[in-house]
Design a protein around this ligand. Structure first.
Ligand code: RH4
Length: 130
């Protein structure tokens, strides 16, 4: 319906801005592009659903997100993948796990502060119907 489509367009504008802010933060550099499967040859043996911020920006443009919760589910997937693939007590594994948890917490905090909760509830109702 037309009114729903206006709401989803506003959601896309909002989510592009969130994605841009996260991708421009140097702390989250490792999460901006897909893990290089030619460099990390066992990645898909361990991680069944890769995700990254560039892919998420493309998903926004392809109308794949009907509410902010669906967007945050992909942020949580980026984080879970990093924790799963980098589990060791080495300093490099510890560093990317810390960066992954920071990405997750920053994304949730950004949306909680910038998103009108009634607007998200209306989007979640639309999402259920689609
Ligand atoms: C989200 O990024 C990752 O999970 C890769 C996995 C990886 C391992 C070797 C090359 O890449 C990563 C990149 C940089 N530093 C740690 C891990």
């Amino acid at each position: 319906k037309r009114k729903e489509d206006y709401k989803l367009r506003e959601l896309r504008i909002f989510l592009r801005d969130i994605c841009r802010k996260l991708a421009s933060n140097r702390r989250f550099y490792k999460f901006t592009k897909p893990v290089d499967l030619e460099e990390v040859t066992d990645y898909l043996d361990i991680i069944k659903q890769p995700m990254d911020l560039e892919t998420m920006m493309t998903k926004v443009d392809m109308h794949k997100y009907n509410c902010a919760k669906e967007f945050l589910d992909d942020i949580d997937l980026i984080c879970a993948n990093a924790l799963e693939y980098n589990p060791d007590r080495t300093s490099s594994d510890k560093q990317i796990r810390h960066e992954a948890c920071s990405l997750r917490d920053h994304a949730h905090a950004l949306i909680d502060v910038e998103m009108d909760s009634d607007f998200e509830l209306e989007c979640q109702d639309i999402a259920k119907k689609r």
